[in-house]
Design a binder for this molecule. Structure first.
Ligand code: AMP
Length: 319
C-alpha cells in the first residue's frame, strides 16, 4: 500500500506556510512522511485550486489526466507522458454519473481505489484529485453549451444517447478546476478526444490536448477498465476486435469501405455471444463516412461490440 498525504484545510495552511515556501522548486510531495510518499490527495476543489495556483506562481507546468479509476497500464502511459512533459502530474478519479446512459452500467463500473493509488504511486504521479459528486456538480453550476454538430450523433453518440453531453460537462468542469497547461487523453476513445478538442476550441479554456496511443494486452485486446468483467471465454474471443481492425487496415487501400465494414460485422457477429453495434470507417477529423479516400483527412476504423454483457470499444488509424 502506497502512502499518500490527504490535504485537509489545516494541513494545507501548515504546508503552505512551512514546507512550500522552503522548497521553491518543489515537484514531489514536500512532506518527508516516508520515502514511499509520492502523492498529495485532494478531495476538495477549493484546496486543490489553491495548491495549483501556488504551483503556477513557482513557474511549474501542470499536466492533467482525467480518469474514472480502475486504472491499468493504458492510464499509466498517459501519466508517464504527462510526467515527461510537465513538472506536475495531476490525475483525477471520478466515476461521472452523467455520462452513463444506463444505471446498471454505472453501478457495475469497477471501483478499485487502493490498487489505483498503488499504480499512481508507481508512476510517480504527484497529485490525485478524488472528488465527491457534490464537489464536481455544485447546485449553482451552469451547463456549458458546445456546438458539436454531428460529432456526438454518430457511432458512440448514436448508441449511447446523452453520453457525450455528460463527458463534455465533466471534462469542462474538471479543466476549469485544474486549469492545466496540458490535458492527456487516450486514442482508445477516439470520438471522445475529437469532441473534447472541439470543446477546447470553442471555450476560453487555455489547455493543449495531447492524445496518447492505445495500450494493448499481449494478444492485441485494447486495455480497458471493463475487461475485468469479461467472462474467461469471452476474454479469449475478444482478440477478434483488434484482429478485425488490423484486417481493415490491411484491406483499406484495395477494397471498398463498404466491403471492409461488412466483412468485419460478419466476422464479429459470428462469434458466440458477441454483438457488434457498429464497425465504421470514418474521416479522422470530421468523423463522417469517407466518400473519396483521396480527399479524407485520414481514415480511422472504430468499433463497439458487446461481448456477453460487456461493451468493448476499439479503433485503429488506417491511413
Ligand atoms: P477512463 O478511465 O476509461 O475514462 O479513461 C481515462 C483516459 O484513459 C481516457 O482518456 C482514455 O482514452 C484513456 N485510456 C483508456 N484506456 C486506454 C488504453 N488502453 N490506452 C491508452 N489510453 C487509454
Amino acid at each position: 500500500m502506497s502512502l499518500i498525504f490527504l490535504v485537509k484545510k489545516d494541513t494545507f495552511a501548515f504546508l503552505s506556510l512551512q514546507n512550500y515556501e522552503k522548497k521553491p522548486t518543489f515537484h514531489i510531495c514536500p512532506l518527508p512522511v516516508n520515502e514511499n510518499t509520492t502523492m498529495l490527495l485532494f478531495k476538495k476543489v477549493e484546496l486543490l485550486q489553491k495548491h495549483i495556483t501556488w504551483l503556477k506562481t513557482k513557474g511549474l507546468t501542470i499536466g492533467f489526466t482525467p480518469t474514472m479509476g480502475a486504472l491499468h497500464s493504458g492510464h499509466a502511459s498517459l501519466i508517464q507522458q504527462s510526467k515527461s512533459e510537465c513538472n506536475i502530474s495531476v490525475c483525477s478519479i471520478f466515476v461521472n454519473p452523467t455520462q452513463f446512459n444506463e444505471a446498471s452500467d454505472l453501478e457495475k463500473y469497477p471501483r478499485t481505489i487502493a490498487k489505483d493509488i498503488d499504480l499512481l504511486a508507481s508512476v510517480k504521479n504527484d497529485i490525485l484529485f478524488l472528488p465527491e459528486v457534490k464537489e464536481v456538480y455544485p447546485p449553482n453550476l451552469e451547463e456549458i453549451q458546445i456546438q458539436l454538430g454531428h460529432l456526438d450523433k454518430v457511432m458512440e453518440g448514436e448508441h449511447r444517447p446523452g453520453h457525450f453531453q455528460g463527458v463534455v460537462q465533466v471534462v469542462h468542469r474538471l479543466l476549469d478546476i485544474v486549469q492545466p497547461h496540458y490535458l492527456y487523453m487516450g486514442q482508445k476513445d477516439f470520438q471522445q478526444f475529437t469532441i473534447i478538442q472541439q470543446m477546447i476550441e470553442q471555450t476560453a479554456l487555455n489547455t493543449i490536448l495531447r492524445v496518447c496511443p492505445i495500450k494493448r494486452e499481449a494478444d492485441g485486446l485494447a486495455m480497458s477498465s471493463r475487461n475485468v468483467r469479461l467472462l474467461p471465454e469471452h476474454r479469449k474471443l475478444a482478440v477478434a476486435l483488434s484482429q478485425c481492425l488490423a484486417k481493415a487496415k490491411e484491406d483499406y487501400l484495395h477494397k471498398t469501405i463498404e466491403a471492409i465494414e461488412q466483412q468485419a460485422i460478419t466476422t464479429l457477429s459470428n462469434i458466440p455471444d458477441f454483438k457488434p453495434e457498429y464497425f465504421d470507417i470514418v474521416d479522422t477529423k470530421t468523423l463522417l463516412p469517407i466518400k473519396d479516400k483521396s480527399k479524407a483527412n485520414g481514415a480511422v476504423a472504430c468499433t463497439a461490440v458487446f461481448a456477453g454483457e460487456v461493451r468493448l470499444i476499439d479503433n485503429m488509424i488506417l491511413s
